[in-house]
Each structure stands twice: as structure tokens, then as C-alpha cells.
Ligand binder design. Structure first.
Ligand code: MET
Ligand SMILES: [Zn+2]
Length: 723
């Protein structure tokens, strides 16, 4: 095909759409079903309505080919586990008794069985349920969901493309089942799994699928030659099948690297590549691999996991280059739109000028459609849209929100010394021993005490104007009194105030820093029915007023023991927000760090001898490719030190991390130069073994973060704690 005919055939597509519905109907229906107030029939009908609505929104936005099978009652990796019949033995009875209840038993456990483990989906804030496999795993094809949802879309008249997690990624995301040797490698099951995928593909073909998308994001991570061989074998075998739809293998979140030539050579009909952020390197890699002659390329030129408008002209330039590298070039957001909220036009509280900088799922779909139209009909056909886009980008670049001269001047004046404590750890430790007089093995907690219903009701009452600020404060102070008394009675050495006033460990600060916006409807799925509404860091940021000092002083006034000042670190502030994409993350991190530094210094001046700066997300935003990690860890640790180095030697800086496997970042944890590191047991053993400089490290049982309402606790927790 020529470049011109390739352009003439371009369409827009997407790999997935937010599942919950505009009014979070899915969450309500599922939770109602769990409680028994919603029947299975109503739940299924709600789900079908939502799918119909999603396809319609995509079609209305101009997307010509819609995804199916991306919908999920809980998680798409769990759906794949069901599709390949890899139900763990402990869940089989429940699944046999009732497939829907069995599905939820795998997701959340029930009174008899523990759920599957949940972990982060690559470097996003979405969590998937980890498949449990072993040498005895038998796979069987269960195409019902994939086929059923395809049929629904086809019946509604959509051009539809089923999406499944690909076999290589599925196995690479799995872990050895309980009782199976820890060194068992699920990828060794590939030969057993491929025939099951063959059956699924045949089933989809029979139901009318022209194309099927197999998602292989695990191939954007560093992979061993054996794993790359597995990918080559998988797609050689699936490609060789005769009874199958055309295959589109999708990658996202980073560049394919060594896997690109492997997939380019495979006997598949299409490849989807991410061209945003670090994945933009796919462009050169693709050219170097000789392009995709005779194949379909789906170009993810729109950032599918951030919320900012696309630079359409820049995308058109990328697409123009790509047209020479494949048979057809289609346009899409870089990954499933599940990672962004549904519709930016619902945000009526955001200044209309700023709202024009935002693109949520619906807007991103429209951007993809517009770009595809630009390819088909020429840029003249979309000239007015391009002009409007240019104007919006210019308004963003020139806005006082994105450029605060005071913040910029302060950043420019930062020196290396600002990010270093004046004394080394040994001297600081001595000064802190003298000031704090703590026992040999001091005890403390992570920070938050349970966010009880009364506390949340008080906050809701304050927001709704049913109580005034003074009443709210009195209720929170009563809680602080209780929490302090409790810790004194328990004999803890370093106390916390319990964080009752915090709605969330990021949002609480975002609401008080400049440059942040809050959305009303910007919900995104974290896991299952838990949705979060990340704040939006739109511009330059600073801290106009102390944020926590009064709470600290109140708590410290109640006890002779040291109370910790409690803050969220710069990396976590970024990781759990939607962050501006118009400057490097490192620059944004430095701004947040300076804002936090002011707070740390004010806490010290207010009498805090210990300040804890939590960085639970340090590990989670580690780049997927090892080559990019040193640069990330450099700016991330510098930001932490910048936030915490403004204090005297005798002020003790703690940090707290959780959830993570720290192996990969031990040196970085040391580079934080905190006086005390706390984490859970597995982490602490590593800290003690591997860290270069001696530190005070502590471990504990991380119960639950303040931000999580009781009803939203991860499955199993209340039961295991015995509440
Ligand atoms: C996710 S880490 C949470 C740390 C915070 N200080 C808390 O206890 O909630
Ligand atoms: Zn934690």
C-alpha cells in the first residue's frame, strides 16, 4: 500500500473504556449485589447497559472500531483466568456452585477461602488479581464472556474488536500457586496454554470477530532471551492457526525494545505501539526494524493514562512518519482508557479556560477520531480543530497557573547543598539521641488510626455546611485526644496524632497547595469497586500556609512524649495525582519538594522533634525499563532530601514505605538519607542486610491507611485482623 492509500484507510480505535459509568452505576450495582440488595439479573442488566453506553460514547466520539471484552466486574486479568480455566483449586467449589459468586470469591475471598493476591498493573494505580499457576495447572477454554460481549456489540451495529490479555503477559504476570516451588516459572506452561488461546480465537471467529487484540504489555519490560523466545513461539503458533481472526498484538506503557523485531517478524496481522512519553522511542525502533510491511499498525499517539489534551499537530507529524512504515496506520490512545476518568465536560467547577486543557476518556476518543480523519481527508479538513487545539495549548503555556514567577525564581536558586542535611547520619543520630532520649528499640506507628464512620460523617457534614469549621475541629480534636491517650496507655515511644482530619494522604495536601485542582467526577478504578479521584497538578505549586502545624501542636500539647509531624513525600504526591505533562516530572517534583520543605521547617519550629515523610509510591513509579531507573531514582531521592534537609541535626526524619518489593531500590532508600526508615518485615530484612550506611530501621504491621474507608478495605483485611 502507498502512504496515500494507507492514510485513506485510517480509522480510530481504543483498547478499553472506563467501566464504572458516569454515575458509578457499576460500583453501586456490584456492591448492592454483595449486600443482597441487587439481584444477579439486575447486576447483569446494569453491566450490559454500561457496555452499550460505552460503545455508544466511543462511536459518538467518532471511533470506528470499538473494543469488546474490556468490561469487567472486577479485573481483566481475573477475567482471563476464567477464560483460560485456571481457577485455583480452593475456589473451584464456589465457581461450580455459582460462577458469579465464585468469580467474586476469587476477587475478594469469602468466609471459607482467601482471595487471589492483588498487585499493581505495571506502573499504574490499577491493581489486578495475580494468577496462581503450577506444574499441575490444566487450562480449559471458557469463551463465554468474550463471545457474549462481542455479540452484544455486533448486534448493536458496531465494528468490534475483542481484547484479551495475551498468553505471554498472562503467564509473566502469574505467580507460583500456594504449595508450588517458589522458583516455578509460569511461562513454562506456554505450550499448554496456547491451544486454549487457539480455542478462544476460534470461538471469537465463529461469533463474527474479524480482528482480535491480544495485549502484551509485559513485553515492554526488560525480558530475558528465553522470554523473548517464548513470545516468538507464541505468535508463531497462534499465527499459524487457520481458524482464527486477524491478530493485533498490543503493547503499551513503554517501548517494545527487543520484543519489537520479534513481533514485527511474527505471522500476525497487526501491532499496536505506544508513541507517548518514553515509548516514543518505538518510532526509531520501528524504522530500524524495517517497519511493518503488509501489516496494520495501531499508533498510540494520545497519552491514554494522563488527562491533558493532545498536541494534535505533533501527533500528526508522528503519524505522517508512521504512514511510510506500515500497510495501514490507525490511531488510538496509547493504552486502555480505564486509567482516566470518563468525561471532562462534567467538570463544571473547573475554570472553563483550564477545563479546555483537559481530555478524559471521551475527549481522548474524539482526539483519536480527529487525527484519523486528518489522515484520511487531509489536515485541511480538520483545520478549525487544529487551530482550537493550538490556542488551548498556547493558553496553557502562557497561563499564570503554569508559570508562577515566585516558584520559578525559588527553584532557580536551589543549590546542591539544599538537598543535603548539614551533618552526616552519625552526628545527627547522636544529637537526636540526646534530644529524644528514646529506648534502644523505640516503638511507633505508621500514622493513621482507623478513619471511623463518625470521622467521615463529620467531614461530610462540614462539606455540606451542616456543621461549621469550629465544630468539625472539635470533633477531630476529640479523636486526637483519644488516639494520644491510647498510645500512651499502650506504652508507645513516638506518638502520632492519628490523621483523623485527612480525607486522603495526597488529596489533603493537594487541597492546600497552589497549582492543584480537584475534580468532581474524575473517578478512576484502583481495584474492583474501589475508585479514587486523584487530584490534578496543573501548574506551578507552592504552600501558601502551614498545612499540618496546628494539628501537630494540638497533639503535642497533650503529651510529654514526642509526637511525629506527618507528611506525604513529593514522589507520592506525584504518583497519586494526575500530573502536568508540560515539563519534566523531575522539575515538578522539585516544586512539590520545596513546598513540603516549608512545612517540615514549620513543624520543627512548632516543636516537632520527629517528622515523618511517607514515600509509599517510591517503588511503584520506578520506570519499567531498567535503563531509565537511575535517572528517576536520582530526581526522586533528591526531591525527598530537598523536602527534608531544612531541619537541624537533632530533628529526626522518618520515612515510611509499604506495599513494595524494595530489592530494586535499596540504594535509593539509602540515598533518601532519612534518619529512620520504617516498613514491614520483608522490607526491613533487606534494609538491614543491604543498606550501606547504618540507619535506624524499624518494621511493623502496616494495618491500613487513613484514606481508606472501612467499606473499601482490601478484601480479607477486616476478617484477618479480627476487627
Ligand atoms: C500508604 S502509606 C500510609 C502512611 C500514612 N502515614 C498513614 O498511616 O496512612
Ligand atoms: Zn503505608
Amino acid at each position: 500500500m502507498t502512504t496515500k492509500s494507507a492514510a485513506a484507510a485510517s480509522v480510530a480505535t481504543a483498547y478499553g473504556y472506563p467501566r464504572q459509568g458516569r454515575g458509578r452505576e457499576l460500583k453501586k450495582a456490584i456492591e448492592g449485589y454483595w449486600k443482597g440488595s441487587v439481584t444477579a439479573e439486575v447486576l447483569l442488566a446494569t453491566a450490559a447497559d454500561l457496555r452499550r453506553g460505552n460503545w455508544q460514547q466511543l462511536a459518538d466520539s467518532g471511533v470506528e472500531e470499538v473494543p469488546t471484552g474490556d468490561f469487567s466486574f472486577y479485573d481483566h486479568v481475573l477475567d482471563t483466568t476464567v477464560a483460560v480455566g485456571a481457577i485455583p483449586p480452593r475456589h473451584r467449589d464456589a465457581v461450580e456452585a455459582d460462577p458469579l459468586d465464585g468469580y467474586f470469591a476469587m476477587a475478594r475471598g469469602n468466609q471459607d477461602v482467601a482471595p487471589l493476591e492483588m498487585t499493581k498493573w505495571f506502573d499504574t494505580n490499577y491493581h489486578y488479581l495475580v494468577p496462581e499457576l503450577g506444574p499441575d495447572t490444566v487450562f480449559t477454554a471458557n469463551p463465554a464472556k468474550a463471545v457474549g460481549e462481542l455479540r452484544e456489540a455486533l448486534l448493536l451495529g458496531h465494528a468490534a474488536r475483542p481484547v484479551l490479555v495475551g498468553p505471554v503477559t498472562y503467564l509473566l504476570l502469574a505467580k507460583p500457586a500456594p504449595g508450588v516451588a517458589a522458583d516455578f516459572q509460569p511461562i513454562t506452561l506456554l505450550d499448554r496454554l496456547l491451544p486454549v488461546y487457539a480455542e478462544l480465537l476460534a470461538g471469537l471467529r465463529a461469533a463474527g470477530a474479524d480482528w482480535v487484540q491480544l495485549d502484551e504489555p509485559a513485553l515492554v519490560q526488560d525480558r530475558t532471551p528465553a522470554e523473548l523466545n517464548a513470545a516468538a513461539r507464541a505468535y508463531r503458533e497462534l499465527g499459524a492457526l487457520t481458524d482464527r481472526p486477524k491478530l493485533l498484538v498490543a503493547s503499551y506503557f513503554d517501548r517494545l525494545g527487543d520484543a519489537l523485531p520479534v513481533l514485527a517478524k511474527a505471522p500476525i496481522e497487526g501491532l499496536a505501539l505506544d508513541f507517548t512519553g518514553p515509548a516514543a522511542a518505538n518510532l526509531e525502533d520501528l524504522a530500524a526494524a524495517g517497519g511493518l510491511p503488509g501489516k496494520r499498525l495501531v499508533a498510540g499517539v494520545i497519552d491514554g493514562r494522563n488527562i491533558w489534551i493532545n498536541d494534535l499537530e505533533k501527533s500528526l507529524t508522528t503519524l505522517a512518519t508512521l504512514l511510510g512504515l506500515a500497510d495501514t496506520v490507525d490511531v488510538a490512545p496509547s493504552c486502555s482508557l480505564l486509567h482516566v476518568p470518563i468525561d471532562a465536560t462534567l467538570e463544571r467547577d473547573i475554570d472553563p479556560q483550564i477545563a479546555r486543557w483537559l481530555a478524559f476518556a471521551k475527549q481522548k476518543a474524539a482526539e483519536a477520531a480527529l487525527l484519523a480523519r486528518g489522515l484520511r481527508e487531509g489536515t485541511g479538513a480538520i483545520a478549525a480543530d487544529l487551530a482550537a487545539n493550538r490556542a488551548d495549548l498556547a493558553s496553557r503555556a502562557g497561563s499564570p497557573i503554569t508559570r508562577d514567577p515566585a516558584v520559578r525564581a525559588r527553584i532557580a536558586a536551589v543549590t546542591d547543598a539544599d538537598a543535603r542535611r548539614a551533618q552526616a547520619y552519625p552526628q545527627r543520630a547522636e544529637a537526636q539521641r540526646a534530644r529524644l532520649g528514646l529506648p534502644l528499640l523505640p516503638t511507633t506507628t505508621i500514622g493513621s488510626f482507623p478513619q471511623t464512620t463518625e470521622l467521615r460523617v463529620a467531614r461530610a457534614d462540614l462539606t455540606a455546611g451542616r456543621i461549621d469549621g469550629a465544630t468539625y475541629r472539635e470533633r477531630m480534636e476529640a479523636e486526637v485526644r483519644e488516639v494520644i491517650a491510647y498510645q500512651e496507655k499502650a506504652g508507645l515511644d513516638v506518638l502520632v496524632h492519628g490523621e483523623p482530619e485527612r480525607n486522603d494522604m495526597v488529596q489533603y495536601f493537594a487541597e492546600q497547595l497552589t497549582g492543584y485542582l480537584a475534580t468532581r467526577h474524575g473517578w478512576v478504578q484502583s481495584y474492583g469497586t474501589r475508585y479514587v479521584r486523584p487530584p490534578v497538578l496543573a501548574g506551578d505549586t507552592s504552600r501558601p500556609h502551614p498545612m499540618t502545624v496546628d494539628w501537630f501542636r494540638y497533639a503535642q500539647g497533650l503529651t510529654d512524649r514526642p509526637v511525629k509531624g506527618m507528611l506525604t513525600g513529593p514522589v507520592t504526591m506525584l504518583a497519586w495525582s494526575f500530573v502536568r505533562d508540560d515539563q519534566p516530572l523531575a522539575d515538578t517534583a522539585r516544586q512539590v519538594a520545596l513546598a513540603l520543605r516549608d512545612e517540615v521547617v514549620d513543624l520543627e519550629a512548632g516543636g516537632a522533634a520527629v517528622v515523618q515523610v511517607d514515600e509509599p509510591a517510591l517503588r511503584e513509579t520506578l520506570p519499567l525499563r531498567a535503563a531509565a531507573r537511575p535517572a528517576y531514582l536520582d530526581w526522586a531521592t533528591e526531591a525527598f532530601r530537598l523536602a527534608t534537609s531544612g531541619v537541624r541535626a537533632d530533628t529526626q526524619i522518618h520515612t515510611h514505605m509499604c506495599y513494595a518489593e524494595f530489592g530494586a531500590i535499596m540504594t535509593a532508600i539509602d540515598d533518601l538519607d532519612a534518619d529512620v526508615i520504617h516498613t514491614f518485615l520483608r522490607g526491613i530484612v533487606l534494609v538491614i542486610r543491604k543498606i550501606r550506611a547504618p540507619r535506624d530501621a524499624g518494621c511493623g504491621c502496616h494495618v491500613i491507611a487513613a484514606s481508606v474507608a472501612e467499606g473499601d478495605w482490601p478484601p480479607g483485611i477486616p476478617r484477618r485482623l479480627g476487627r
